[in-house]
Structures are given as structure tokens and as C-alpha cells.
Design a protein around this ligand. Structure first.
Ligand SMILES: Nc1nc2c(ncn2[C@@H]2O[C@H](COP(=O)(O)OP(=O)(O)O)[C@@H](O)[C@H]2O)c(=O)[nH]1
Ligand SMILES: [Mg+2]
Length: 406
């Protein structure tokens, strides 16, 4: 098994030789692995390339790759691509080239990969992790982590902006890079790659690390634009993850209007308060007593109108949910079975709607429309939950995955 440690660099002439030395030293604690070091350099104008090329002359496990363009994401993605394609890596690691990440943690991180995790993230924010940066950088790290947790809904992950990571070749191949802004000039690749890994269904493990500020060279981080990118990315994720619920609400809104119009026409010949038909469609059914009574319910015109309009809306709801709202979720088995299940599950919703209509008309003496609107809203939430857990279930083992996003 080959592990390639990818170290993106830009102007790291003061650090890179020591970083390589330390990584090779920690490789001795991983005797079963063939450890290589790849420096993916953005054509540094200083002596970085010269130094690395010199080391690689005498050590075949050290490689230099000129990725030409500037950008940490470019160094990371092109470096890993090269590690997989040219160096035949099985496991990929990445760390900074300024001594901020301690390579002695690598063996422990790799152990978790061997134990079956897809991605191991070095965390400064979990218990025993340390972030030895200045206060404004610590604030950025903590603030972005807090924001990402909320925006992405990933409360079990503590760290989002650190670069010290180990993952499998398989994960790298499964990540959808079309959704990762890896060409950005900021370090947004860090949280974005983590999110893409979660979408790809990665099993993630966090390991506490100590992040030390660099002693030599200078930081290339642009914190203000990085913060802006993290905020933007979070909004994108939030919208994407809410898509299913937004679709569900749209279908709900459409069918509410169908329901309301039908109810009005059947019961009074009205659309809302507008008279459209001379008589109610169901004018042959008496409005109230004396009408047939079953238990405590009068089978009067309001009752029958409500039932018909509610069932019509169930059918329309099912059609849109099955072919649009929950299209990406698990739709195994027959459509008829899902329709019957949906009808059964929908019983809760019309009971709520019916109870609401009857309460508003017969108890509160207000309009049937108000009763319907209130009933629809309560029923909607009940229905959504039941739909997700009973009819259009999540694809098995996909967690945050794209298809299961909601
Ligand atoms: N390939 C490449 N690496 C970069 C670039 N910018 C920064 N890096 C590397 O990314 C790592 C982290 O950058 P650094 O400036 O230390 O940022 P900080 O640790 O957030 O202050 C270091 O190894 C840098 O050399 C770039 O444009 N291209
Ligand atoms: Mg640094």
C-alpha cells in the first residue's frame, strides 16, 4: 500500500526541507506503508522548487510537481490527481508546508483509514486539539466551524477549515469536484472538499491535532475573502439541502388552492368569497340538519364537499411528490403500493383538516376557508415527516449524500 503525502507550497523555501524530513521520519512509524512525499508547488519564485528537486535527486520517495497556477485548491487537487495517476497512491494525505502540522500524528490518522474510515480530519477544535494562532485567526476558525455546523446541519463535525487530512483514493475518485470551487484564490477548498466528501457518503473520523503558527516565511491566507467564501458556500449548501422541503411546500401550496377552489365550488358554488356558480355543485345535499348522522358526524354537504376536495388533493399531491419532490429518494417497489401507503398516511392529514374545518365552522362560527388553511398547515408538517420516514425513505447508507439530501 502506498501513501502519498501531498504538500501544497508557495514560497516555502525556509520550511520545505524540514517538513519533508519530518514526514519521512514519521514514515518510519508506518513500516507497512510505502510513504512518498509530493510537493505540489504553484511555481514559487523563491528557492522552493530548487530545494525539493535537489532532495528528490537522492531520495526517490520525494517528488516535485509544478502546478503552475496560484491557488491552494489547485495545489491540492492537482497534487492528489498526480499522486493517484502517476504515483499510484492508495491512500492520500495532505498537510501544510510551513511546519504548522506535526507529521507525527500521521500514523494515527492512517490507522483510522486502515480501520475503515474514508476521511480522517485533523481537528484543532475537538477535545485535546489545539489552535496556537493569533486571536483573530482563532476567531475565524471557531466562527467558520460554528457557521458551517448550522448551515450544513453537520453537528458531529468540529473542524472545517484545517488542511491536515488523510483519505482513501476511492473517496478522492468519488468526490464530485464540479461542486467544489477548487480553483478559487481563497482556501474554500478545505470546507468545500469536506462537504463534497460527506455528499459522497464518506465515513469521517476526527483526530485532535495541535496547529502551530509558522516560524518562518509568511502566511498567504486572505482571511476577509476566505470568510466571505465560507459564508457564500454555507448559503449554497443550505439552499441545496432545503430543496426537497421547498418542493414539498410548493406542491402543498398548489394543492391547497385546488382543494380550496373545489371545496368552495362543491359547498357553495363560490371560489373563496366570489360567486361563480348559481348553485353549489352539491346543492342536492342539505347544508345542515336534518341529514344522515353517523356517530357524531352529520353527513351534510360540508362533510361530503370536504371529503371530495381532500381526496382530490391527495391524488395530485402523490403525483407531484412521486415524480418530482421525492424523485431522488428511495422509490423501490410498485407505484401503486406507494400510492396506497400515501393515502393511508394522508388519513392523518385530512382528519386534521376535517377537524379544523368543523371546529372553525361549527364551534368558532367562522369561515370553512380559515379552518381549511389552518388544518392544511398542521397536516403539512405531519405529512412531510411521515413521507420521509415511511414512503420515500432515504437511500440506505447514504446519510448526507446527494441523493438523500433533504
Ligand atoms: N500550491 C500552492 N500552495 C499554496 C498557495 N498558497 C498557500 N499555499 C500553501 O498552503 C499552505 C497553507 O498556507 P499558509 O500561507 O501557511 O496559510 P495559513 O496557514 O492559513 O496562514 C502552505 O503550505 C502554503 O505554502 C498557492 O497558491 N499554491
Ligand atoms: Mg500556515
Amino acid at each position: 500500500m502506498r501513501l502519498v503525502v501531498n504538500i501544497p507550497t508557495y514560497n516555502e523555501e525556509d520550511n520545505i526541507a524540514d517538513v519533508i524530513k519530518n514526514v519521512l521520519k514519521s514514515a518510519k512509524s508506518m513500516p507497512k506503508l510505502d510513504v512518498h512525499v509530493l510537493i505540489s508547488d504553484s511555481h514559487s519564485p523563491d528557492k522552493t522548487a530548487e530545494i525539493v528537486k535537489e532532495i528528490s535527486k537522492t531520495n526517490q520517495k520525494v517528488h516535485y510537481l509544478d502546478v503552475k497556477e496560484r491557488g491552494l485548491g489547485i495545489g491540492i487537487v492537482k497534487g492528489h490527481r498526480y499522486a493517484v495517476d502517476k504515483l499510484k497512491a492508495d491512500i492520500l494525505a495532505q498537510m501544510d508546508g510551513d511546519m504548522s502540522h506535526d507529521p507525527s500524528t500521521l500514523p494515527e490518522m492512517v490507522q483510522f483509514i486502515e480501520a475503515g474510515y474514508d476521511l480522517v480530519v485533523g481537528s484543532r477544535l475537538m477535545k485535546e486539539g489545539k489552535n496556537l494562532l493569533g486571536w483573530h485567526r482563532r476567531l475565524f476558525t471557531r466562527g467558520s466551524a460554528f457557521y458551517c455546523k448550522l448551515a450544513w446541519g453537520t453537528f458531529s463535525i468540529s473542524e472545517y477549515t484545517n488542511s491536515y487530512r488523510v483519505f482513501t483514493k476511492k473517496l478522492f475518485e468519488n468526490v464530485n469536484f464540479a461542486k467544489v470551487p477548487w480553483r478559487s484564490k481563497t482556501y474554500i477548498i478545505q470546507p468545500a472538499f469536506l462537504y463534497a466528501a460527506l455528499l459522497a457518503g464518506a465515513k469521517v473520523k476526527e483526530v485532535p491535532i495541535t496547529f502551530r503558527d509558522r516560524k518562518k516565511g509568511y502566511s498567504k491566507a486572505k482571511i476577509v475573502s476566505y470568510t466571505f467564501d465560507v459564508l457564500k458556500f454555507g448559503i449554497k449548501v443550505r439552499i441545496e439541502r432545503s430543496k426537497t422541503f421547498i418542493k414539498f411546500l410548493s406542491v402543498g401550496t398548489l394543492t391547497y388552492f385546488v382543494n380550496a377552489i373545489l371545496l368552495g365550488l362543491l359547498y357553495r358554488g363560490n371560489i373563496y368569497s366570489m360567486k361563480v356558480l348559481p348553485n353549489a355543485i352539491l346543492s342536492f345535499i342539505p347544508v345542515s340538519h336534518p341529514s344522515t348522522k353517523i356517530l357524531f358526524i352529520y353527513l351534510d354537504r360540508l362533510f361530503v364537499s370536504s371529503l371530495i376536495s381532500i381526496e382530490a388533493s391527495i391524488i395530485i399531491n402523490f403525483f407531484f411528490h412521486d415524480s418530482w419532490t421525492f424523485r431522488h429518494r428511495n422509490r423501490e417497489g410498485s407505484k401503486l403500493k406507494r400510492f396506497l401507503k400515501f393515502n393511508l398516511s394522508s388519513v392523518g392529514s385530512p382528519i386534521i383538516q376535517l377537524a379544523s374545518i368543523l371546529t372553525f365552522v361549527q364551534v368558532l362560527h367562522t369561515s370553512e376557508q380559515v379552518g381549511l388553511a389552518v388544518g392544511v398547515i398542521i397536516g403539512l408538517f405531519v405529512n412531510y415527516t411521515v413521507n420521509l420516514i415511511w414512503i420515500w425513505k432515504e437511500h440506505p447508507n447514504q446519510g448526507l449524500s446527494e441523493k438523500g439530501a433533504n
